[in-house]
Design a protein around this ligand. Structure first.
Ligand code: FMN
Length: 218
C-alpha cells in the first residue's frame, strides 16, 4: 500500500459543469480520503530539507522532508512537517524530540539519488548515511553529523514540536551555518552558484537551472 503521505484522491466536477468543462472542486469537509496529491502537486516546487539526527543511543539518521521552509529570519528559524508514519512519529521527529537537535542539509542535483536512497525504511540501528554511501562531516554545535558533500548545512536546536492533525510541525532555531566555498561570493550564498532541486509531486523533481530575474516594485 502507498504510504499515507502518498495516497491520492480525486475531486468532483464543478457543480453545474458539463464533462467538457475543465473544472474540479473539492469540498474538504465532505471529501473522503487524503488531499496529499492535491496539496503536494499544488505547492511546487518544494525545497527538500535533508535532515540528519541522532537517536538517543547515538545512531545517526538521515531523511528528506519536502514540507519544509523558513519560519522566521530574526530569530533564524526553519521548519519541516513530517506526516506521521504507521506507528506514530517517524524516526526524524522522534529523534528531534528526544535529543533536541538536527541538521538541515541542502540537496543538489548530484546528491539527488543518494537523497532518495535515504528515504528508505531501514532496520533499527542501520544509518541512512551508510546505506546511501554518504560521508559524514562533524557538526560544531550539535551532535548529528552533516552530509559532507552538501554545500549548505544549518545546525539547529529544537524550538517547538507542534502536532497538526496527522503531522508534526518541527521548528528549529538555526545555531550554526556551513557554506561551501563553491556556493559563495563575498562570504554569502550566491544564488548563481547554487544548484538546487525542488520536489514536485510523486517521483518528479525540478531543476532550478532556467532562471529569470524580476525587480520588485517600489
Ligand atoms: C524528496 C522526498 C521528500 C519527502 N518529504 C516528506 C515529507 O515532507 N513528509 C513526510 O512525512 N515524508 C516525506 N518523505 C518520506 C520520508 O523521507 C520517509 O518516510 C523516510 O523513511 C522517513 O525517515 P525517518 O523515519 O528516518 O525520519 C519524503 C521522501 C522524499 C524522497
Amino acid at each position: 500500500m502507498e504510504p499515507a503521505e502518498e495516497r491520492s484522491t480525486e475531486g468532483n466536477r464543478a457543480p453545474g459543469s458539463s464533462d467538457d468543462v475543465s473544472s474540479v472542486t473539492i469540498d474538504v469537509h465532505e471529501h473522503e480520503g487524503s488531499l496529499y496529491r492535491v496539496l503536494s502537486s499544488a505547492i511546487v516546487p518544494r525545497a527538500i530539507a535533508w535532515v540528519s539526527t541522532c537517536n538517543p543511543d547515538g545512531t545517526d539518521n538521515l531523511a528528506p522532508y519536502s514540507f519544509a521552509t523558513v519560519a522566521s529570519v530574526d530569530p533564524p528559524v526553519v521548519l519541516f512537517a513530517p506526516v506521521d508514519g504507521a506507528n506514530g512519529l517517524k524516526d526524524t521527529p522522534r529523534n528531534v524530540e528526544a535529543t533536541g537537535e538536527f541538521v538541515l542539509n541542502f540537496v543538489t542535483e548530484d546528491l539527488a539519488p543518494a537523497m532518495n536512497e535515504t528515504s528508505a525504511t531501514l532496520e533499527a540501528g542501520e544509518s541512512e548515511f551508510d546505506h546511501a554511501g554518504l560521508e559524514r562531516a562533524p557538526s560544531v554545535t550539535v551532535d548529528p553529523p552533516r552530509v559532507k558533500k552538501s554545500p549548505i548545512a544549518l545546525e539547529c536546536t529544537l524550538r517547538e514540536l507542534h502536532p497538526v492533525g496527522g503531522s508534526t510541525l518541527v521548528l528549529g532555531d538555526v545555531q550554526y551555518v556551513h557554506l561551501d566555498d563553491s556556493v559563495t561570493t563575498g562570504g554569502t550564498i550566491d544564488i548563481e552558484h547554487v544548484d538546487p532541486i525542488g520536489r514536485l509531486a510523486g517521483s518528479w523533481y525540478a531543476r532550478a537551472g532556467d532562471r529569470f530575474s524580476l525587480d520588485r516594485p517600489r
